[in-house]
Structure formats: C-alpha cells, structure tokens
Design a protein around this ligand. Structure first.
Ligand code: GTP
Length: 992
C-alpha cells in the first residue's frame, strides 16, 4: 500500500484527523500533522487499531444510549455497549457510532446484545459474524447475529436523528469513508446470513436487538434503528466505501436493496441473499439482514440507507420472522445495504448488487470515483500467485541490496511480505519474510511479479553513497599529465613452510639502499624497501601478511591491493596444493607472478624440477621461453634476495603501468588495524592515489577522523605518504577492518556522515545475516523448512585427545535413524581462528569450542558472519546439547486435520480466473491456502486442491466461519451447485 495521509485515513475511519493523530501517538508513531504521510505498515496497524477495537468491543461499544454522538466516529469506538438495540446497528466499522439512542434498547431483543455475542466485532477478517446487517435478519436468527457493533458504527448520528430514532444511532456509520476498513467478513456477513436465511427460519425474534426487535442487533436488522448511514453493518455490511449513505430513505427504494442486479441470482433462494460471487464486486448477494428488515415494517425501511438497501431485501425477504426483523430490517441504515428507504421492506432495492456485490443504494450515490473504479479494476486484474493477489509490476526496476529479504522486497512494491511468502511457496521455495535471500531468488520473484530486480552489491552501494557526496573513489583525478610512477605492491604467497615468512624477514633486512640491516623494528602490516636496478633506486612495497588468505579476503571485499605476487616454492619440496591455489588466486586477480625458488641451500634441492612442475600451471620460466621470472634464493641465508627484488621491478616494468596521481586527496585501503591502549585506533593504510597528510579528514570504512599522526614501518613519524606508501595512521574514531577503503574528504562533517551511513548499512546487513544464522535453537525450524537435514559442526579443542573424544561421542548420537545426521566439517586444536569461522560460515556449521576461545576479534567476526560458537568445558554437556538439538531435528510427522467444509450454492464464472464457488460454510472454517478436496454426492471428485482465493463480498478473507457465505476459488473449474468443498491442513504430530 502506498503512503497515505492522516486526513485521508481519518476520512476513511470516519473520525477527525486529531483522533487519528492521537491514536498514532498512542501507538508510538509520532506524526506531525493531518497532512503527514504514514507508511504502509503503520497504516495497517492503525486500521487494525480502529477496526479491531470495534470488533472486540463490539458489544460494548455500542453506542451508549445517551451519548449524543459528538463525533460520530470517534465515539463509536468509545462508546459503551449500547443497549442492545444499538448493537444492531452497529456497524462493524470503526466508524463512530452515534450514540445509541435509548430507544435502541427497545429492541433488546434483538439483542444484539443477547448474543453472546460478544464478538460483535466487526472485524473484518474475522469473519465475524457480526454486523452484518443483513444477517441480522438471518443472523438474527442465528446466533451469530449479534454483533452489535456493526450497527453502531454504521450509523451516523445525523441519520439517526433523522430517523428519529435514537437508537439507530447506534450505528455510527463506520464510515463514510469508502475505504473504510473492511469489515472483513462481517459486514456482509450478514449477508451471509442472508444465505443462511433461507435456511431455517432464523430465529426470529430472539435477538435482543435493541431495535426493535430485530432480533438481532445487527445493524442491518435493527429495525428501529435509525437508518444507519451507510455504515450499517448490517446490511450492507460494513460500510463500504461506496455505500451510499443513507440519506433519507427513498421511497421507492425497496428497502432491501432493491433489485439487485447481482448476478447472484441466488435469487431463487428464499430469503437468501444472493451470494454474489465473492469476487465480483458487483454481485453481492443481498444481505440477509435486509430481508429481515423487509419484513419488519419499520425496519424495512430503515433501509433507508442508501447504500444499504440491499441487504434488506434479501434477507429480509425470507426471513421474516427472523428478522424480526422487522426491526430493522434494515432499517434505516444509510449506508449499508440496508434497505434503501423506500425499499425497506422489500427487498430489493435499487439496483443493488447482491450480497457480494456493492451495496445497494442508488446507483448514483454508490457511484465510485474514477480512482476507486480504477483501483477496483486493477485489483481484479491483479494476477493471482498461489492464491494471493498481488499487483504485478510493469517491468519497473527495483533495487535491492544483496541479501535482501521478502520484507525488503515488499516495502519496495508496497506489498505485504506475508503475501510474498505465499508467492514463494507457490514457486516452490519456503522462505520466511525476514530471511536474507540469494540474488537468484530475488530475481526469480521479480520475474514472477514482473519487476526487474537489480541486486546492488555492497561496493556499488558504497559507490553510490560516495557519489551522493560528489566523491569518486578508485580513479585517478585529472589526465595523463597528473600521473606519476609508483612502486609495485607485492604479496608473498606459497605452500605452508616453504619459507614465506622467512623471505619477508630477509627482504626487510636487505634494504639495499639504506644498507641498514634489522632496522625495521615494527610490524605494521606492510613495509617498503628500496633496491637499485640499473643504477636507479626503486622502491617496492611488501604486504607483510604472507599467504593467499589475506589476499583473497581483501579481494572478496572488492579491494585489490596487490600488483605482483611472489610465489615461494621450496626447491626441496616442489609444487604443493597451496602452491597451486596461490597460482589460481593470482591468475584470477590478473596479477603477474614472480617465482622465488627457495631453500636452494638445502641438500637435495632441485630448482629445475620446480620450473618444470610449474610449466604445468602455465608458469614458464624465461630461460625456457616463457615470460615468468624464476629466481633461486635462500631466505634463510639471504641468498639472492636482491635478485628477487630486481625481478619484481623488471616484471612490474614489463607487465604493468603503475602510475597514480599524487596531487589529489589520498585514497587507498586499510591493510590492518587494531586498538592500541595508549594511542587508540591504529590503522595501517596503503595509499593508492593522492598524498595523505597529517591533518587530513579521512573516512575509512565506518571509522573517521582527522589524521593525528602517521608512522612508518620503522616507527618514525611521517608527514605525508605518497602512492604505494603504507603508513600507520592515528586519529580514527574506531577500528576499521582490513580491506576497508579510506579516502580524504573535505572536512570532518562529511567524513562523519559517510562513516555513519556505512555503519548503518553494515548494521542492517548484519541483522540480515544474523537472521539466517544457524544455531542450535533454530535447527528444528531449518529442518522443518527442508533447508537442511544434518547438523554440521566444527570442533575446536585445547587438546587433540579431547577433540577426538568429542567427535567420537558426537558421531555416536542416535539422531533417529537416517533422517538426520551429524557432520563434522572440521576439527582442530587451538584457538578459534578466522579460517575456522570462514569454514563454518560457508558450511552452515556451528563451532563447538571445547576449552578454547576465539583469538583476537574473531568473536566479533563470528557475529558478523552469522556463525554460532558454543563453548563447553565439560564434554558431556556438549554431547547433551548437541543430542537435544539433533533430536529436535527429527523430521516432523504430519497428519491431516479437518478444517471445515462449505456447500457450493452458486458457481460464478470469472474471466481469467475460472469458476468461483459461491458457497456457505457448513461447518468449521474455510481458510485461504488450506488444502481442499471437492466432493460430489459423497465421492471425492478432486483431491489435492488448494483454497487459492477466498472472499467475502469483494474483500479477500483469510478465513470464513460456519454459517457465512463466501466465494471460494480452488483452481478447479468443474464445480457444481451442491458440491462440497472440504478443507484440511497437515499438522505436525508430536513424536512419541
Ligand atoms: N634451509 C632453509 N630453511 C628455510 C629457508 N626458508 C625458510 N626456511 C625454514 O622453513 C621453515 C618454514 O619457514 P617459514 O618462513 O615459517 O615458512 P612459511 O611459508 O612462512 O610457513 P607458514 O607460515 O606456516 O605458511 C622455517 O623453519 C624456516 O627456517 C631456506 O631458504 N633455507
């Protein structure tokens, strides 16, 4: 739903804007003025708030007799239970009910009161019985009938006055507003009654309806009541928007709503109102109530309500007694179906529609605005997905963040996420509204609904964020003339123990230019060295974190810091698995490789063999005609380190054009960062373009601040850092993450705003990840949803013995046969590392930490990545908990549970949708999306059906209860009058 303004809602609810504002306040939504807009979710809650109370209180609310009805709507809600009489009228709607007039009571019998009624509530969905006017009549007879509320709402004060009956008042009409809350099933429910009506005579009189007797208090019915303005629930049911207000009754109008054109044609049925096809607007069956009314003289007329008329008729007709209707028959309610004035008694009133159709009343009055008609048309056109009607798109593009949920999707297209969940079920995917979804799923849903879904990556989002500040990240400013050469940035990769760390140490100590050895005393994550090549001093920057993990982690974040990879291969060991992996990663990043054949000092070392092996990976040495530099070295002995540096420089010159603009504001990447107790946030950044200076305002990830000081790898202060220079920056507000980009902005305010927006984005993303996090607790849900059938664990312990014992015990857990299993995706000794968390995240595993804890900030990392870590120090406790979780994983056993059945009383052909069964619920409830079967003469004609659509009049209903009419679509066209639709659902059966 689109945003609406407060005054529009007020109009819809039939109250003053300040009442809505006050209600919003109560709900914790602070809205400034009547012209402020409200978000769709709030509108829904507000509607519930206005309608809901009515329902619940239904009975009570009745207009208090005495109450004058000041503001009709408002009051209605507050009003106390009106005397019975009033109840009748009460429209379910929110509308304020006019105060019930004392008179109302008269009708006690109608009682709406009587009924247990309590639930007068007009709640729409509920199907509540209530208000239906028509029903009154019928319902009157039926117990259900009592929904006082409706009546109340329905009426508007004025009307009441006119009518002279105070009582009538009750009905404050719900509303004049068209949009009025839909009463759910009820308003028309009465109608339903209508159907019922035909049935055994309704119970006549019994209802205490205030109004006269209508028996039922239902709105519609109440004879006495003054006509309710359109609202009368009774008849017309809830005040539908269109419903005409009751104006004075028009004489001719048949109370009942006059002839209803409706298709329904159920006409034949005696009193019954015709069920209009549920769906069809036009057809609504007449409201029973009306009927009743019809009879009741008075009531009949009441029909006065413009719109209402119809109700009267129908119902009325038939149920005479019932209705007692007289009462009201329809009385006067204006709006409702109630009879139109004239029509009162008669039933058919102006051409109204049938029960399911629009309210009676003169066509003129009921005339809908263009907008309403268009909306209605659109609704009818709305495609049905799995029984849910959702306005489809027109190929519009909607942008969703990577990992968005159905809830996010719903917000973008103004559709309730619950409907999207159903659509996904229809598409064969069980997902929850808040579950983060993969790109393909979002796109699939978009295709189904005819939207072009564009999933935006975090990098794109960040680019857009910066663009909103007119900042471009990642490009050198200016033309060629502003570019200057910059040193290559190198990462050392290779198999375990092949000497990467030793090589980085050796390079540090071989600063050819400075001639210093061991001068570097600090590890800051990267360092720069100088070497002479062809008599020229050339600098090289080394990332001081060996291995391809950091390299790939950085790339995974969209950051590429490395220009050249040095692949270390031990000459005595040759190519190993991680050597191959490193090659793959470097190639994937399109980074040239220089091979350092290490450990040539070791006996048995065979550098040529390494060259030969690597040709299989596409790395062919220059001496063999290839373009890859191989340098034989000994990191341990410091042999040929400068040869390696030279090879790096030459490769850089040959394969790369490393230039950057040093004259712009600095941009680059955070290599590593930590919180220093004395100096605060300390981040090593690699400047990629521009020059970073002390005093610059910078933002790095979600950290920002002003550069207070910069230090190099020797711990010395640096005033400025040019491209490819790594420096440690002090002055950030918090600690950024490795791979975060940094940039200098014009002032602290911009830095803060960018950082805050990034932080908010990350928080949302984190919430999304956390919502899909796999935990011991949500395993059962995951299993039920068919997402997984095994519990994956990663075990970490303080000793290999305890890890083995734990694994052995866990694998012995009897999880219930083959249904559910335990899978150990990894095990190890020592603290929980980043790799453990990565592995657990990618395999949806839970980490079991036995006497160990995450190292460093890995606990936060696990949180961010949605990985649960459970800590134990007693092995039995771990086993017990895992066992409990696994047993819960046992797949549930389902059994069929009957929900209810409905008899088909009319078949409506709806273009493009198929046949809809105009039915009356005979027992239980009919619930949308429930499974169904079609039974004809006791024989199952079709099984495996689904209640794809369920309507009460024009409104979609979630469920419809016994005694009410509804339109049911089961996606099966061979349905006939007299067939029974039986619905059921599969419920989980507890295991023994
Ligand atoms: N003889 C000899 N030993 C070396 C040489 N380079 C490294 N080593 C030894 O090999 C072992 C592993 O060296 P590291 O530098 O830790 O290897 P690494 O690749 O960093 O290992 P990981 O950090 O585990 O991946 C150490 O004992 C080094 O002393 C070398 O050139 N010659």
């Amino acid at each position: 739903m689109a945003k609406v303004r407060v005054y529009e809602l007020a109009k819809e609810f039939g109250v003053e804007s300040k009442v809505v504002l006050a209600k919003l306040n109560e709900m914790g939504e602070f809205v400034r003025s009547a012209s402020s807009t409200i978000e769709a979710p709030v509108v829904r809650r507000l509607k519930e708030a206005f309608n809901g109370p009515a329902e619940k209180k239904g009975g009570d609310r009745r207009p208090r007799p005495s109450e004058p009805r000041p503001r009709p709507r408002a009051e209605s809600q507050s009003s106390s239970p009106a005397p019975s009489g009033e109840s009748n009228g009460a429209a379910p709607r929110p509308g304020p009910r006019p105060g019930p007039k004392p008179a109302a009571r008269s009708g006690p019998s109608m009682g709406g009161a009587p009924k247990p009624g309590p639930k007068p509530g007009p709640r729409p969905g509920a199907g509540a019985p209530a208000p239906k006017p028509g029903p009154q009549g019928q319902s009157g007879p039926k117990p259900g009938g009592n929904r006082p509320e409706r009546g109340e709402r329905g009426e508007r004060p004025e009307r009441a006055e006119r009518s002279g009956r105070p009582e009538s008042g009750k009905g404050p009409r719900p509303g004049p507003r068209p949009a009025g809350p839909r009463p759910g099933n009820n308003p028309f429910a009465s109608t339903a009654t209508g159907m019922g009506a035909p049935k055994p005579a309704p119970r006549p009189g019994p209802r205490p309806g205030p109004q006269g007797g209508q028996g039922a208090p239902r709105p519609g019915g109440g004879s006495d009541r003054a006509p309710r303005p359109g609202g009368a629930p009774g008849a017309g049911g809830p005040p539908r928007p269109q419903a005409p207000r009751p104006q004075a009754p028009r004489p001719g109008a048949p109370g009942a709503g006059g002839p209803r054109p409706s298709p329904a044609s159920m006409g034949p049925r005696p009193g019954g109102p015709r069920p209009s096809p549920m769906n069809m607007p036009s057809s609504r069956p007449t409201p029973p109530g009306g009927a009743g009314g019809g009879r009741g003289g008075a009531g009949g007329r009441s029909g006065g309500r413009p719109g209402g008329g119809r109700g009267g008729p129908v119902g009325a007709g038939p149920r005479t007694g019932g209705g007692g209707g007289g009462a009201g028959g329809g009385g006067p309610r204006p709006g409702g179906f109630g009879g139109r004035p004239g029509g009162g008694g008669r039933g058919r009133g102006g051409g109204t529609a049938g029960a399911f159709g629009r309210p009676g009343g003169r066509p003129g009055r009921a005339r809908k605005s263009k907008k309403q008609r268009r909306q209605e048309f659109n609704d009818m056109q709305a495609p049905s997905f799995g029984g849910v009607k959702i306005p489809s798109g027109n190929g519009q593009t909607i942008r969703l963040s990577r990992g968005a949920s159905l809830s996010d999707f719903g917000d973008k297209i103004d559709v309730n996420p619950a409907s999207l969940v159903q659509v996904m079920m229809h598409l064969g995917e069980m997902v929850t509204a808040t579950q983060s979804l993969p790109d393909e799923t979002l796109q699939l849903l978009g295709e189904e609904l005819k939207y072009n879904v564009e999933v935006v990556s975090p990098e794109d989002e960040d680019r857009e964020l910066l663009e909103s500040f007119s900042i471009e990240f990642g490009e050198n400013e200016g033309g060629e003339e502003s570019l200057r050469p910059r040193p290559p940035v190198v990462t050392v990769m290779g198999h375990v123990d092949h000497g990467k760390t030793r090589l980085l140490d050796a390079i540090r100590n071989t600063n050819v230019v400075s001639g210093e050895a061991g001068g570097i005393t600090q590890h800051i994550g990267a360092y720069q060295v100088a070497t002479e090549v062809d008599g020229e001093e050339r600098k090289i920057t080394f990332i001081d974190t060996p291995g391809h993990e950091a390299f790939t982690a950085m790339r995974a974040r969209g950051a590429q810091a490395t220009d050249i990879a040095v692949l270390v291969v031990a000459a005595d060991d040759g190519v190993k698995p991680q050597t191959a992996e490193a090659i793959d990663h470097a190639k994937a990043a399109d980074v040239p490789i220089v091979v350092a054949v290490n450990k040539i000092d070791v006996e048995g070392a065979d550098p040529q063999k390494v060259r030969a092996q690597l040709t299989e990976y596409g790395l062919v040495a220059e001496e063999y005609g290839g373009d890859v530099q191989f340098v034989d070295i000994s990191a341990k002995q410091g042999t040929n380190i400068d040869g390696l540096l030279e090879a790096v420089v030459l490769t850089s010159d040959a394969a790369l054009d490393l230039r950057a603009n040093p004259y712009q504001d600095a941009q680059g990447l955070a290599i590593e960062a930590f919180l220093d107790r004395g100096r605060g946030s300390t981040a090593t950044v690699l400047v990629q373009r521009g020059t970073l200076r002390v005093g610059d305002s910078i933002v790095c990830g979600d950290a920002y601040g002003r550069v207070r000081a910069m230090l190099d790898e020797n711990g010395e202060n640096v005033e400025e850092a040019e491209p490819s220079r790594p420096v440690q920056v002090l002055g950030l507000t918090n600690v950024p993450s490795a791979g975060d980009s940094f940039l200098v902005v014009k002032d602290d305010r911009v830095a803060r705003q960018i950082a805050q927006q990034r932080e908010a984005r990350e928080r949302f993303a984190q919430q999304a990840r956390a919502s899909r996090r796999v935990t011991m607790q949500n395993w059962q849900d995951a299993l039920k949803e068919g997402e997984r059938s095994e519990l994956s664990l990663l075990l970490k312990g303080d000793m290999s013995g305890s890890v083995e014992a734990l694994e052995e015990s866990l694998l012995k857990i009897d999880a219930g046969g083959d249904e559910v299993g335990i899978r150990i995706v990894g095990r190890g000794v020592g603290a929980i590392t980043q790799n453990d968390i990565n592995l657990a995240a990618t395999s949806d595993a839970i980490i079991i930490g036995f006497n160990v804890r995450p190292e460093g900030k890995n606990s936060e990392l696990a949180d961010r990545m949605g990985v649960e870590i459970r800590y134990y120090s007693v092995i039995y406790q771990a086993i017990e908990e895992v066992e409990a979780a696994v047993k819960g994983l046992l797949k549930p056993i389902y059994e069929e549970v009957q929900l209810g059945s409905a008899e088909i009383r009319e078949v409506f052909k709806v273009p493009r949708i198929g046949n809809i069964a105009g039915s009356i619920v005979r027992d239980g409830i009919i619930r949308r999306n429930a499974k169904a079967r079609l039974i004809r003469d006791g024989v199952v004609i079709s099984d495996n059906l689904t209640v794809e659509s369920l309507r009460r009049f024009k409104d979609d209903a979630t469920e419809v209860r016994e005694g009410y009419e509804c339109g049911i679509g089961v996606g099966y066209n061979d349905i006939r009058i007299g067939d029974v639709i039986e619905t059921f659902e599969m419920q989980e059966k507890p295991r023994d």
